[in-house]
Design a protein around this ligand. Structure first.
Ligand code: C5P
Length: 288
């Protein structure tokens, strides 16, 4: 009987995102704190002769353009496995949202295939493959909370100080990460996050102090183009969020709440306006 494995693929939010400079290779040098939340895609892998993808979502490619397909192809080739894999992606994470939905599926395929075919790879063996697939894939593979530098692939774990209560809102449009970075004008940036201060506030479990340093410099591009993002931030603050920020290159916006009651009522209010609203917590699971 063909072996089957099911894995969670959690989304991420960025608690800060700073760009230091544009690199000669075209990427931007980052300093960002990434945090997994328990909004998860579900990935089911089954041994098969070739690589195929299916999904409950019509919004993702189900061919070799899917990052999960590329992850499988790269891993199997690297380990000289002549077999394939049947990949089912239960999509729950909004697409094109700044939540690393595609990257986390790819990361789950790397670690799932490692188990499915008993490859015996350690996470460090898989990291170069992950980085090759995309800047967010290494973090998605490692999980938890991390300070990411380089183009996002150099990771330092941040210890899990506390579980966050997060209301996440994805407006109806999607944005292209490459376009957002392409439109970033570093000379116009006035505010940068103080990442050390943010981490100190995280250690002290102080949402109020975290809020002071929760800055995402990519908002300088997206809020100009899509004022809706600024309006969601304002609304979440009015509804009692202690801190609000756009995640990654957007357009998802999240608010951190110091009480479940406030978070529930904010979620309910936002649901009147937006279809994709989620009340989630930090992701604490581990099936890797
Ligand atoms: O690495 P990934 O393929 O996810 O990146 C998508 C695009 O985002 C890149 O082609 C690049 O334009 C931009 N990017 C960047 N600097 C980073 C990460 C991504 O400019 N650190």
């Amino acid at each position: 009987m063909a072996k089957i494995i099911a894995l969670n693929a959690p989304a991420k939010i960025n608690l800060t995102l700073d760009v230091k400079y544009k690199r000669p290779d075209g990427y931007h040098e980052l300093e960002t704190i990434m945090h997994q939340i328990d909004l998860c895609d579900r990935i089911i892998l089954e041994q098969d002769r070739k690589i195929t993808i299916s999904s409950n979502s019509q919004q993702i490619p189900i061919d070799s353009n899917n990052l999960a397909y590329k992850a499988a192809a790269e891993l199997l080739e690297n380990y000289g496995i002549k077999e394939g894999v049947k990949i089912f992606i239960e999509k729950n994470i909004p697409v094109g949202a700044g939540l690393a939905g595609g990257s986390t599926d790819a990361a789950a395929v790397l670690s799932g295939l490692n188990r499915l075919y008993d490859l015996g790879a350690e996470i460090n063996d898989l990291m170069p493959l992950a980085a090759n697939l995309g800047s967010d894939v290494p973090f998605c593979l490692q999980g938890g909370t991390a300070l990411a530098t380089g183009r996002g692939e150099l990771l330092q774990s941040v210890h899990p100080a506390h579980a966050l209560t997060v209301v996440l809102v994805k407006p109806s449009f999607a944005v292209s990460t490459a376009e957002v970075y392409g439109a970033l004008n570093l000379t116009l940036l006035k505010d940068h996050p103080d990442t050390r201060e943010l981490l100190a506030a995280w250690d002290r479990k102080s949402l109020e102090n975290m809020a002071l340093n929760m800055i995402n410099v990519l908002e300088s591009v997206t809020i100009n183009r899509f004022p809706e993002i600024g309006r969601i931030k304002m609304r979440l603050l009015e509804l009692g969020a202690s801190a609000v920020l756009m995640s990654g290159s957007g357009p998802s916006v999240f608010g951190l709440f110091n009480s479940m009651g406030k978070a529930e009522s904010a979620r309910d209010q936002m649901k009147y306006i937006y279809q994709d609203v989620f009340l989630v917590s930090s992701y604490m699971g581990s099936d890797r």
